[in-house]
Design a protein around this ligand. Structure first.
Ligand SMILES: [Zn+2]
Length: 250
């Protein structure tokens, strides 16, 4: 089947991962991919979308360059994030950075006294973190392939990750399983509900075909989390269109 010159054979059509709805309003195409809005809950997503195998193949090609470039800046930002979360948590413990790339957050968490772990599908990023940052607890692969122990992490960080995950409900269920009873998830994702998101929406630079599969606002994110016994306990004000929240068990 060819639509608008794009071969969409093998593409995946999903029900809304937030509300289970099957009715979507087509907004526009970008990069040959259809951006739609769920009529049930308002989630914006790419649907149908390329297979995950095709998406995953693009990651190393597009992401592996330039870990050393801006490394100091990335580490400084990671230290600020870790310090902020540590203040809220009030104690140390075990930290897991999901989608850790080269491991700058893992490095910062280790410096702050956490037993710091990271996981990512980027081969080159994991290699950089092990070799250049000296990190011991980095794993290459998907989160649900790692079989970490239940309730074993005091902090899970997810910076610009959740919008990339193909199977959202399996992913959030795994986060809920891994999070300690009084643990926190520090989550950042583009915010569709932010006042600075351009109109028309097509102009938003966060719209990334094959990469950013979902566009949340606080309501849709909270609804997804609630399915898995999680809730937003704090939201930080963001000057750019980013949703920055702390999540805990409900
Ligand atoms: Zn929905």
């Amino acid at each position: 089947m060819a639509v608008a010159g794009i071969d969409r054979a093998g593409w995946e059509h999903i029900d809304c991962p937030v509300c289970g709805g099957r009715a979507f309003t087509h907004l526009f195409d970008k990069g040959g991919e259809p951006f739609v809005r769920c009529t049930g809950c308002g989630l914006v997503l790419i649907n149908p979308r390329p297979s995950f195998a095709a998406i995953r193949a693009g990651y190393d090609a597009s992401y592996s360059a330039g870990y050393t470039r801006k490394a100091d800046k990335k580490l400084r930002r990671a230290r600020r994030r870790v310090a902020r979360v540590k203040r809220r948590l009030g104690h140390g413990g075990r930290w897991l950075d999901v989608g850790c790339s080269a491991g700058f957050v893992v490095k910062a968490a280790a410096e702050a006294g956490f037993e710091a772990h990271g996981v990512d599908i980027e081969t080159a990023g994991i290699a950089y973190g092990r070799e250049q940052l000296g990190l011991a607890h980095l794993r290459e692969g998907l989160l649900d392939e790692q079989a970490y122990e239940t309730a074993s992490f005091d902090v899970i960080s997810l910076y610009d990750v959740i919008e990339h995950v193909p199977d959202l409900n399996a992913f959030v269920a795994e986060l809920a399983r891994l999070l300690a009873a009084d643990g926190v998830i520090d989550l950042g994702t583009p915010d569709l509900g932010h006042w600075r998101v351009p109109r028309p929406l097509q102009r938003w630079d966060e719209l990334k075909p094959s990469e950013h599969l979902y566009y949340f606002d606080r309501t849709t994110l909270a609804r997804l989390l609630a399915h898995h016994g999680l809730r937003i306990v704090h939201q930080r004000t963001a000057l750019k269109p980013g949703l920055k929240v702390i999540v805990g068990h409900a």
